[in-house]
Design a protein around this ligand. Structure first.
Ligand code: HEM
Length: 233
């Protein structure tokens, strides 16, 4: 049977692949902005309990009275959840599409040259997601309490990273290292997908990817490390 739709399919598939990659890039940018702001906010731990708790409280009153109490926080949560669903759906679809396009012989042949980054992107992404669930249970819903229950977010933070809870520190270290690797590769891919990449800019963008990743690693791990070593009490 002759179909008239057959010749248009590859182009449509190509278009949706570009759209999926673009949506991964755009949602990735949203995540990077969020984690950079979150990391910066966490550094308030160095300014002491009052500053940190004041900062945590201010997240609830941001843009009040234009928004209701916690209004900004809920908008942010909504944006992050939608971005997460889109990012995850696009990742799984692109992965399945690439697998189907390659065929079995190609997979056998190319297994050794499959990039280290693409494998870490997949597994890293899943582990980061598991970390976020644990993290929200610990600091947002307060379902997991490490070392007791406290009204003060600062107390919760400082208690969680005491040396006797070294496994919490280790879990965060693994998650943050994976996050920085994910972001490093992600910034690079996003730049290519969004069409901002050309040979002249390649070095600059690669450097920017390393700088953002390095900032996140140092900035996120600084408060837990200072607490673990007793510099922040
Ligand atoms: C050492 C690393 C981190 C520390 C010490 C930390 C600490 C915290 C704390 C104390 C809160 C509660 C803030 C409050 O409600 O007052 C929080 C919330 C949160 N964190 Fe983190 N965080 C870290 C890394 C991350 C990372 C890597 C992500 C995401 C990839 C993340 C995502 C979130 C989210 C989504 C919330 C909930 C915000 C909301 O209430 O909607 N955190 N974090």
């Amino acid at each position: 049977m002759v179909t008239t739709t057959a010749p248009t399919r590859p182009r449509r598939a190509r278009n949706t692949t570009v759209a999926l990659k673009a949506s991964m890039a755009v949602t990735g940018v949203i995540f990077v902005l969020f984690v950079l702001l979150h990391m910066y906010g966490n550094l308030k731990a160095f300014a002491g309990q009052e500053a940190f708790d004041g900062y945590a409280a201010s997240l609830r009153t941001l843009l009040y009275p234009y928004l209701p109490h916690e209004g900004f926080l809920w908008i942010q949560r909504l944006v992050l959840v939608v971005a997460l669903v889109v990012h995850f759906y696009a990742a799984v679809t692109l992965w399945a599409r690439a697998r189907a396009a390659r065929g079995t012989r190609y997979i056998m042949h190319k297994r050794q040259v499959q990039t280290y980054s693409s494998r870490t992107m997949r597994w890293g992404g899943i582990i980061i997601l598991a970390f976020i669930i644990f993290h929200l249970l610990q600091f947002t819903t307060l379902t997991i309490n490490v070392g007791g229950t406290f009204d003060s977010p600062y107390q919760r933070l400082v208690t969680a990273f005491q040396p006797e809870h070294w496994y919490v520190y280790l879990a965060y270290l693994v998650a943050i290292v994976l996050l920085t690797m994910h972001v490093r590769h992600g910034v690079w891919s996003a730049a290519q997908t969004l069409g901002q990449n050309n040979r002249r800019r390649q070095r600059g963008l690669n450097l920017a990817a390393y700088v953002v990743a390095g900032l996140l690693l140092v900035g996120f791990m600084a408060p837990p490390t200072a607490i673990l070593l007793g510099f922040v009490k």
